[in-house]
Ligand binder design. Structure first.
Ligand SMILES: C[S@@+](CC[C@H](N)C(=O)[O-])C[C@H]1O[C@@H](n2cnc3c(N)ncnc32)[C@H](O)[C@@H]1O
Length: 252
């Protein structure tokens, strides 16, 4: 079973020796989200922030049972991790959207997809420059960059760019048990980010504790989606029997 430390959100993977130094990470964290990712882009795939292949594989297998889909969008695509998923389940075209030009440059150079043609678009997820052109929208590891009050607008954007019947799908890791090492690590990380944002401009929003399944389901329903949850069995269950990782599938 793949190990998962449900925080950043996949921080069980240690930093690679070829990954960013602490100093580089600190400089990134003192920038805006957009510019911070521009700086991190060349080494991003060597950090625990890139979604692990085990998660991508599990999501692709779950979506393959619901597909195939024609046109797919990876929201906040970064260096293109989600292209591996869209390439397996989409038949006509895949698109990655992100507001960091640096991350998109890496995606353009690194992603080689045997499936449908891929395109990369620089845009803010809160103002997507598309019409209702997609049958599937996926997103990985990026919701911590949105404040809870931004979720209604974000979900409305996704709803707008999906064709009727299209799906918005993303994995959600269960929060760590209160008192566990993961709980304290996440709490500490959140506290550091809030302190940093209280004293430094521009802000760097990265609050993974704020993205809660109950609220997410409510906001998706409010945006007009029908929401289903599917356990991703490869990641096991918590002590109380609930799945450690679920796939949220919201249908327009
Ligand atoms: C942790 S990375 C995840 C990248 C990729 N999805 C993955 O799983 O490896 C978060 C990405 O979200 C992007 N991002 C954050 N806020 C965004 C926004 N408002 N609009 C577009 N992209 C955004 C960042 O530029 C970054 O590439």
């Amino acid at each position: 079973m793949p190990r998962l430390f449900p925080s950043f959100p996949y921080a069980d993977r240690m930093f690679d020796p070829e990954g960013p130094s602490l100093r580089e990470l600190a400089v990134q964290a003192l920038s805006s989200v957009e510019h911070g990712y521009d700086l991190l882009a060349p080494k991003f795939d060597r950090t625990p922030f890139r979604t692990p292949d085990a998660v991508l594989d599990a999501v692709a297998s779950a979506l393959a049972r619901r597909g195939p889909f024609a046109s797919g969008l990876d929201l906040c695509c970064g260096t293109g991790a989600g292209a591996a998923v869209l390439g397996r389940v989409c038949r006509s075209r895949i698109t990655g959207v992100d507001f960091s030009a640096g991350m998109l440059d890496v995606a353009r150079r690194r992603v080689r997809c045997d499936g449908p043609p891929a395109g990369w678009v620089r845009a803010d997820a809160r103002a997507l420059p598309f019409t209702a052109a997609f049958d599937l929208v996926v997103s990985f590891g990026a919701f911590g960059h949105f404040l809870p009050r931004e979720l209604p607008g974000l979900f409305a954007q996704v709803h707008r760019v999906l064709r009727p019947g299209g799906c918005f799908a993303f994995p959600v890791v269960a929060p760590p048990r209160p008192g566990s090492p993961g709980y304290w690590a996440l709490l500490g990380f959140d506290a550091v980010m809030r302190l940093r944002n209280a004293v430094w401009r521009p802000p760097f929003v990265m609050y993974y504790r704020a993205f809660r399944l109950g609220e997410v389901r409510r906001e998706l329903a409010r945006a007009g989606f029908r929401v289903e949850l599917e356990a991703l069995p490869g990641f096991g269950r918590r002590g109380d029997g609930s799945p450690r990782v679920r796939l949220v599938v919201a249908r327009r």
